[in-house]
Design a protein around this ligand. Structure first.
Ligand code: KIV
Length: 273
């Protein structure tokens, strides 16, 4: 039976935990601007992630590694303006939190104070746990990200499924435990076997939000441009397209070009006396 959430109060990290405890699945998507954020919020999406995937779907880059703190702050500010219900989480970009925990704290603080997000996300497990603790201790909620962590793509060398081997699965389970112990309020699990993800969701108290991690997670997240069929350079198997927006936009642009060339736009109703 589908557990519905008819609660239209502002979503908080506490509410997400309640949702897990009541078996209500968490629906999360990415957002990068105010117009899209408004639509996502009105549709009842619980958590909006201002993802560093902005590098790929908006900046036209091949990876997320080069995106800057300033870019993330800019997009997070736009998204925050469009939202009244969903929890807004800002991604900390590569090398904005790895050098030391002072720098991580400063950048997490900028996300909250300058962009107005309510939480930050960072990638990694045990190695980042002390940093997570410090950020949480000053009052900033942190969401973890394990499995395929795109900021480490140059180390992995491929976007293939992670943690298929028992050793890597053990490390992932331990990393999830460490993040929870460090105070993370939720963990994104990307592109790992569904049985492993289901086990982690069962073992952990905090919500496990899957992307390419099967239906046993406490919630799901996708890149909005992927699920809309707006970003079409490639389509991972885990993406379900709920629209073919790139095709619809292409048709609209062609119709416009046709109408301008034919002198059919604008007509009298679209002109002034
Ligand atoms: O940057 C992003 O969009 C993400 C999601 C894929 C979870 O981290």
């Amino acid at each position: 039976m589908v557990q519905q959430d008819s609660d239209d109060r502002k979503v908080t990290t506490h509410r997400l935990l309640e949702m897990k405890q009541s078996g209500i699945k968490i629906a999360a998507l990415t957002a990068y601007d105010a117009t899209m954020a408004e639509l996502l919020d009105a549709a009842g999406v619980d958590l909006l992630l201002v993802g560093d995937s902005v590098a790929m779907v908006m900046q036209g880059l091949d990876t997320t590694v080069t995106v800057s703190m300033e870019t993330m702050l800019y997009h997070a500010t736009l998204v925050r303006r469009g939202v009244s219900r969903a929890l807004v989480v800002g991604d900390l970009p590569f090398m904005s939190y790895q050098v030391n925990s002072d720098e991580a704290l400063r950048n997490a603080g900028r996300m909250v104070k300058e962009a107005g997000v309510e939480a930050v996300k960072l990638e990694g497990g045990e190695v980042i746990a002390k940093t997570v603790r410090r950020i949480v201790d000053v009052g900033i909620p942190v969401m973890g990200h394990l499995g395929l962590t795109p900021q480490s793509i140059h180390k992995f060398g491929t976007y293939q499924v992670r943690a298929r081997e028992p050793e890597e699965a053990d490390v992932l389970r331990r990393d999830a435990e460490r993040l929870e112990a460090a105070g993370a309020f939720a963990i994104v699990l990307e592109k790992v076997p569904h049985s492993l993800a289901a086990q982690v969701a069962k073992d952990r108290t905090v919500p496990i939000i899957g992307i390419g991690a099967g239906s046993g997670c406490d919630g799901q997240i996708l890149v909005s441009h992927d699920m809309l069929g707006l970003y079409t350079r490639f389509k991972p198997r885990f993406v379900r397209r709920y629209g073919e927006i790139a095709k619809a936009m292409g048709r609209a642009f062609e119709d416009y070009v046709h109408d301008v060339r034919a002198g059919e736009f604008p007509n009298l109703d679209e002109s002034y006396e």
